[in-house]
Design a protein around this ligand. Structure first.
Ligand code: COA
Length: 159
């Protein structure tokens, strides 16, 4: 499904739009994710890490969604965050962001992209499955003592 209108942009470190985009993303983080799942406090730091990137969709100057990814080693990359503003959902932006992030990971020559997601996040789990991700295992207590996560992965070889 095509994303309705917004191109996927890459946040350039040290660019003029850095502060504005990070501010909008942090606001969305706070709104969408509970504290223990939120990167709001450490976002700036997280993004300045060498092997990480942030892609976002901007429509009429408004950031409507973002995806964060990292490649800690040459073996695998991870999708560390994906979110679309509530009133912009179900328009293909989630898919557009995820496809773009997977492409970025591909250029790093990794064989696997993995991620963690709360099984209760049905929209996200549905989206990841639709994109070919498979559930690897359930990691007990991943987010907090009573909240687990699916570890999901997509292998480029098996596509
Ligand atoms: C998950 C999320 C990013 C999806 O964004 P989106 O822009 O609405 O996604 P899309 O419009 O591209 O949807 C693509 C597919 O995902 C699945 N999906 C999306 N929303 C869904 C929902 N509410 N219920 C079930 N499946 C859903 C569907 O398969 C959908 O395809 P379809 O519209 O052809 O049925 C968005 O719901 C979100 O930000 N959720 C809160 C944050 C979150 O859970 N992030 C992931 C954990 S880090």
């Amino acid at each position: 499904m095509a994303s309705a209108g917004g191109a996927v942009l890459e946040l350039q470190k040290n660019s003029g739009s850095w502060a504005k985009v990070v501010e909008e993303v942090v606001k969305m983080e706070r709104k969408i994710f509970p504290k223990h799942e939120s990167l709001a406090r450490s976002f700036d730091e997280e993004l300045r890490k060498k092997n990480s990137g942030l892609l976002y969709i901007e429509i009429n100057g408004e950031v409507v969604g973002y995806v964060m990814y990292s490649w800690p080693s040459s073996l695998s990359a991870s999708i560390t965050k994906l979110a679309v503003k509530e009133n912009w959902r179900r328009q293909g932006h989630g898919v557009a962001l995820l496809v773009a992030a997977i492409q970025k990971c591909r250029t790093r020559s990794v064989q696997r992209v993995s991620l963690h997601v709360d099984p209760l996040r049905l929209a996200a789990v549905g989206l990841y499955k639709k994109m070919g991700f498979q559930v690897d295992t359930l990691v007990q207590g991943y987010y907090s003592s009573d909240r687990s996560a699916y570890r999901m992965y997509l292998d480029f070889d098996s596509e």
